[in-house]
Write a protein that binds this ligand. Structure first.
Ligand SMILES: NC(=O)c1ccc[n+]([C@@H]2O[C@H](COP(=O)([O-])OP(=O)(O)OC[C@H]3O[C@@H](n4cnc5c(N)ncnc54)[C@H](OP(=O)(O)O)[C@@H]3O)[C@@H](O)[C@H]2O)c1
Length: 265
């Protein structure tokens, strides 16, 4: 199937590793040009180098950006990306994370730091990209939320409001920007095999007094599909949501969690 992504330009935050990197690779494989945004310039350059070697005929810009620095940093970063690539057709807001711990263990500063990246950084990034997205014939915003936005609790208490806020802004923007032809959707990963999975396994092992192997088995046993989600599972859906074929899908949020979330999504 031709997703009509060849020559489109995707700006991706959190592109230095994990899910963002997998989405960058999947879009590159479809022929999209990439703006890779991240704090760790060296790691982003490495991703660009790998993708340039693998996929010819695409253009890649690497733009340093710490979303915690707010609009003063985000505005010039978006402008730099547009200067290098000329357009924005797809915005993937992937950067983020959440401190893992119980409510009483998390100091205010950590709440503020993580919220500055998601949803606040996502809101600011979207605001700066919107004038360019309005000019695109196939404009897409894809926000990476998380299943904890729908099923809060445990050591992921901070992920709840961060990801729920992301779902709320996704729906609001879909309503507002549909008339401009911009679709806005969210993907909710379940626990996914990035650095965050390793951390979850270690915390589970510590809290339940299990070995790392036993803690891994314990977590995987909770997933009906019987394995942990990998970043490529998320990337496949991101490509589809960015495609021409997904033009009538907007304002929705799709779990990619192997069925782990209980209840109706
Ligand atoms: N993995 C999971 O289990 C899981 C589950 C649900 C939702 N999610 C969501 O999926 C997204 C990606 O997660 P991941 O697992 O791929 O995480 P990851 O491997 O920890 O990567 C996080 C990415 O966010 C970037 N980032 C963090 N703070 C930033 C800041 N202040 N400014 C700019 N970039 C920043 C990092 O860039 P640097 O290289 O500069 O640090 C990195 O590229 C996140 O929004 C996360 O909430 C993940």
């Amino acid at each position: 199937m031709d997703f009509n992504l060849k020559g489109r330009t995707a700006f991706i935050t959190g592109a230095s590793r994990g899910i963002g990197k997998a989405i960058a690779e999947a879009l590159a494989a479809e022929g999209a040009n990439l703006g890779l945004f991240g704090r760790d310039l060296e790691r982003c350059e490495q991703v660009a180098k790998e993708l340039r070697a693998k996929y010819t005929g695409i253009r890649i810009a690497v733009v340093p950006l710490d979303l915690e620095q707010g609009t003063a940093a985000i505005k010039p970063a978006v402008e730099q990306g547009v200067k290098e690539l000329g357009a924005i057709d797809i915005l993937v807001n992937c950067a983020g994370g959440a401190y893992r711990g119980r409510l009483t263990e998390i100091p205010d500063e950590l709440w503020e730091d993580y919220f500055a990246v998601k949803p606040l950084g996502l809101i600011r990034m979207t605001r700066e990209a919107l004038p360019y997205l309005k000019k695109s014939p196939q404009a897409r915003i894809i926000n990476i939320s998380g299943t904890r936005g729908r099923e809060p609790g445990g050591v992921s208490v901070m992920s709840g409001p961060i990801n729920l806020g992301t779902l709320s802004i996704t729906k609001a923007l879909a309503n507002e920007f549909g008339p401009y032809g911009i679709t806005v959707n969210a993907i909710c990963p379940g626990s996914t095999d990035t650095g965050r999975w390793t951390e979850l396994v270690e915390i589970t092992a510590r809290e339940k007094k299990l070995s790392i192997e036993a803690a891994t088995k314990h977590l995987v046993a909770d997933v009906p599909m019987g394995r942990v989600v990998v970043p490529q599972d998320i990337a496949g859906l991101a490509v589809y949501l960015a495609s021409e074929q997904a033009g009538m899908i907007t304002g929705t949020a799709i779990n990619v969690d192997g069925g782990r979330t209980r209840g109706i999504p």
